[in-house]
Design a protein around this ligand. Sequence first.
Ligand code: FES
Length: 193
Amino acid sequence: MAWKSIDRQTDPIPEDAGTILGTEARAKIRGFLDRYEDKRGALIPSLHVAQETAGHLSLQVMKEVAECLGINPSDVLDTTSFYTHFWTHARGKKVIVCCRSITCQMMGGDKVLEAIKKELGIDEHETTPDGKYSLITEECLAGCDHAPCMLINEKLHERVKPEDVPRILADPDNDKLDVPRSYLYDGVGPEEK
Ligand code: FES
């Protein structure tokens, strides 16, 4: 087997990458610093804001998050690569997260996953050619009493049957929520926005 060499001299971020996070996202990220004793404590909510703003966490976006928080880019990369919920490559407009934990499996979650794959023609961690949907599986989505469950973006769909899948995926509002998760990070209710 041939040795594989790694080029550590060339910056993996292209020179023309530009700045991706805008003023508003940067202010929001810096605003998290007051809430934590350690700068790295603010990393998870910051990554959610960055991903919501940029679509996915490219190396350039991770570098900008590190700059905003005053931490090492390697710390950002470590955290980003640990969690399946953070995407380092482009993803579809809507991300379907199918639960793969035991309660959902016992209630037919594997058949729901197969129905989604068949309906969209994609496998896990793939995106439909029109860029509309990406698909992943994750452990328990905290909806075991309504298993089997899946998320479309932040919206939880409960007691999903394989035959429901085409209808759910065809619904343009299948990811709409009354209170988006970003409100939770801001600590501000929708009525105060
Ligand atoms: S096991 Fe699927 S939501 Fe808990």
